[in-house]
Design a protein around this ligand. Structure first.
Ligand code: AMP
Ligand code: MG
Length: 351
């Protein structure tokens, strides 16, 4: 299959430009498109065949459910039942935006889309290309991150091309995703609201609406511990990982820098290709190494936006070993560290 890249500009976007993509989706085909979180691999959410194609294109395990993207809250009762008041309050505050709600599903949503579950994940994206594509197609669009399963999520059309070229007919190129990390997932089907995946919308933001919201314990996990199983099926898999072995170091910053340098030197002396995941504050301390700064340590949103691209950079340069720093867990920093810890396969050393 030939994969076509279609360049779009958000400021001069027209419905005509999305007609072909919408027609592909209506015909049961897949189209990758930008959202404000990451690029999504879209298919008709109510068509089991389209969902099957998504799993096949990504190499995604079939028990890992897809998020259904909508353009209007009127879609909620069509897709979900027994919708609690809390869902409407959250929707009013955070949609369109980087928040996904887990609700009980209506029969119309096929089990192929929900990974066999009786619940459905729903999000209304704010990116104008995503929103217009949903409207023009007249569909609800199932769209997981548009990466090959296990690899870092895609924040640029080029990343999607790297992973899915030849497997899908079209990629809509809208430049870099503004946020760069996947949505905050909030489960509203249990006794208490629970964050299954941290994202740009922090637990503090959610508490303003739902003061009793909790984290799924798996979110805060810092070590490999098989007794704590994530409630979001996708969060239990090895994920976001570069091909090289990533180790991150936690502690006072000067001790972290020293440890990173020592480990890097040891591997370089063994003839390995080594990369360092650093920040603006520390990058000059690693002179002579392949250093990648993800930004200012105080700028969690900036780090979030660059993280996945940087993880992919390690693959492009062929790193065998990557040594990196830990970051603050304030606000979106919690989501950054959640992804980084998983990318490192829980390989964290305290110094
Ligand atoms: P992605 O689209 O790649 O961001 O992955 C979607 C995430 O949402 C995965 O971690 C899924 O496990 C999670 N998810 C989707 N639907 C559900 C659901 N019904 N219950 C719990 N988690 C879900
Ligand atoms: Mg994903």
């Amino acid at each position: 299959m030939v994969t076509r890249m279609v360049e779009l500009c958000r400021d001069s976007l027209t419905e005509e430009q999305l007609m072909e993509a919408a027609a592909l989706l209506r015909a049961g085909e897949l189209v990758a498109f930008p959202t404000e979180t990451v690029y999504g691999l879209g298919g008709n959410a109510l068509d089991p065949g389209a969902s099957a194609k998504i799993y096949a294109a990504k190499g995604r395990p079939s028990d890992n459910p897809l998020i259904v993207h909508i353009a209007d809250t009127a879609a909620l009762p069509v897709l979900a039942r027994d919708i609690p008041e809390s869902a409407m309050l959250l929707a009013k505050r955070f949609w369109p935006g980087p928040m996904t709600l887990i609700l009980k599903k209506q029969d119309i949503v096929p089990k192929e889309t929900t990974g066999g579950l009786d619940t459905v994940a729903i999000r209304m994206p704010s990116d104008p290309i995503a929103a217009m594509l949903i409207r023009v197609s007249g569909l609800y669009i199932a769209a997981p991150s548009a990466n090959a399963s296990g690899r870092p999520s895609t924040t640029k059309a080029q990343h999607v091309y790297e992973d899915l070229n030849g497997r899908i007919p079209m990629i809509l190129d809208g430049g870099s995703s503004a946020i760069g990390l996947e949505s905050t997932i909030i489960d509203l089907t249990g006794e208490k609201p629970m964050i299954l995946r941290p994202g740009y919308i922090s637990i503090e933001d959610v508490k303003e609406i739902l003061p009793d919201v909790l984290y799924d314990p798996a979110v805060l996990k810092r070590e490999r511990n098989d007794t704590i199983v994530a409630k979001a099926p996708g969060m239990k898999y090895r994920h976001y990982a570069p091909k090289g072995e990533l180790t991150i170091f936690e502690g006072a910053l000067s001790d972290v820098v020293e440890a990173v340098r020592a480990h890097a030197l040891e591997k370089v002396n063994q003839g390995c290709c080594v990369a360092i995941l650093a920040s603006e504050e520390t990058k000059d301390s690693y002179e002579g190494y392949n250093v990648y700064s993800v930004g200012d340590r105080e700028d969690e949103a900036g780090i979030a936006a660059r993280l996945f691209d940087t993880l992919r950079e390690f693959d492009r340069m062929g790193a065998d070993y990557i040594f990196g720093e830990c970051f603050n867990t304030e606000g979106v920093g919690q989501a950054v560290m959640n992804r980084l810890v998983k990318a490192a396969g829980y390989h964290i050393e305290t110094v």
